[in-house]
Design a protein around this ligand. Structure first.
Ligand SMILES: NC(=O)c1ccc[n+]([C@@H]2O[C@H](COP(=O)([O-])OP(=O)(O)OC[C@H]3O[C@@H](n4cnc5c(N)ncnc54)[C@H](O)[C@@H]3O)[C@@H](O)[C@H]2O)c1
Length: 385
């Protein structure tokens, strides 16, 4: 362990993602012992001293800060991990890049395409290593879907369909803004379900099925006004509560996407289905270790959807965990992303999705919102190699 090179982490934001990432840094060395680098939990930053201190003690960070500017200026930090609400991603990333720090940034990259472009330019100018936490790519069943598609088994792709459904904002009494509720405040989040949930679906879709050329979308804000948690005043709600869009991919296939926080009964139902000439695949976050596969080439008397339990050692990432048949969970996708980031330090290859990749997703989000606002088709401008 001592002959490993250190990657000294400075993590900003002690909420949900602060915990998943910290867990990833702590677990990675045990399960990926071959890596040449090991993360060192150097410092964590929260605005409240009590919170920062408690988080540092609980998760094993060596020190804490209450101002991210102090954290990114420290000489003993190699990589800055941005786990704060969307509004602060750009300012932190640009400042950290100027200090020559590597950056791991939560998704969506930014609130707007303009912000995301400025961030990507800054990262590229500084030439610092970077990645964006679109972690669903690293759920083994989703990674397997990518391998199956790339092998050509599906043939020509006709359809890509994705949903991300939740139900937690239905009550009009729910305030907007501030701690825990920043996702409802357009100034903090940039958008509603489009940037929060559909961004995941778009990242996965373009990774699996290539670029999205143009979109036609509709959005709705079901609750028009909410009390703002910080001002105490009733304010207009500026986010999209629900968004539906259809689109055309570069490969000629048609896409259909839906996201809402008003689908009673659904907590985090992320699903996708891809229909090709020879075969189809589908996946469901609620059953995340399984990939469903239909092969038209099967003998007709046994042809049907098969449900593949993705736990064998020859399936993506699974030789790192338990024995065939035993499942892993949501948190492992973050361990995998940390492992791939550390590996990329050894190889010099980019750790996808990079800021440049996330910028393409941001282009689609922006086109979706513009299409809904103007009730017209919009070109995304996405360019995927
Ligand atoms: N990859 C994923 O699947 C996934 C899941 C959830 C959230 N996210 C993204 O992660 C980011 C954080 O989301 P979350 O769910 O962890 O939110 P959260 O509200 O649970 O945590 C955010 C934390 O940041 C802190 N914070 C805010 N401003 C700060 C500042 N200036 N300095 C230090 N700390 C500050 C808040 O106090 C809070 O503790 C968002 O961009 C979100 O979109 C990604």
């Amino acid at each position: 362990m001592n002959n490993k090179k250190e990657l000294r982490i400075g993590l900003i934001g002690c909420g949900f993602m602060g915990r998943t990432h910290s867990n990833g840094y702590k677990r990675v060395g045990d399960f990926f012992p071959e890596l040449a680098y090991r993360p060192v939990l150097k410092a964590v930053c929260a605005r409240s001293k009590d919170r920062a201190k408690a988080f540092a003690e609980q998760w094993g960070y060596e020190s804490f800060e209450t101002d991210w500017k102090v954290l990114i200026a420290r000489d003993d930090i190699d990589a800055v991990d941005i786990c704060t609400p969307n509004a602060s991603h750009a300012e932190i990333a640009i400042a950290a890049a100027a200090k020559g720090k590597m950056i791991l940034c939560e998704k969506p990259l930014a609130r707007t395409l303009a912000e995301a472009k400025t961030m990507t330019d800054a990262i590229e100018k500084a030439g610092v290593k970077n990645t964006v936490w679109y972690n669903y790519r690293r759920i083994p069943a989703v990674t397997l879907a990518k391998q199956i598609i790339d092998s050509g088994k599906l043939g020509k792709i006709f359809h890509y369909r994705a949903n991300f459904l939740q139900d937690w904002t239905i009550s009009p009494e729910l305030p907007q803004g501030g701690e825990g509720l920043w996702r409802l405040d357009v100034d903090a989040a940039g958008s509603g379900v489009t940037g929060d949930l559909l961004a995941h679906c778009i990242d996965t879709a373009m990774w699996l099925n290539g670029g999205i050329q143009n979109v036609s979308a509709m959005t709705e804000t079901f609750i028009k006004e909410r009390v703002h948690q910080e001002s105490g005043k009733v304010q207009k709600v500026g986010i999209d509560d629900a968004c539906i869009f259809h689109c055309r991919f570069d490969n000629g296939s048609l896409g259909l996407f839906e996201s809402t926080r008003y689908a009673r009964g659904h907590k985090a139902l992320y699903t996708f289905e891809i229909n090709g000439e020879h075969a189809s695949i589908r996946w469901d976050l609620h059953n995340m270790n399984r990939l469903e596969y239909f092969d038209h080439g099967d003998d007709s008397i046994v042809r049907g959807w098969r449900s593949i339990l993705v736990t064998d050692g020859d399936q993506p990432y699974m030789n790192k965990w338990w024995v065939p048949g035993l499942s892993i969970g949501y948190e492992h996708s973050f361990v995998h992303q940390v492992a791939d980031f550390l590996k990329s330090l050894e190889t010099g290859a980019p750790c996808h999705p990079t800021f440049a990749d996330a910028l393409e997703t941001q282009k689609v989000c922006e086109a979706v919102l513009a299409s809904a606002a103007s009730r017209s088709w919009k070109e995304t401008g996405v360019v995927i190699d």
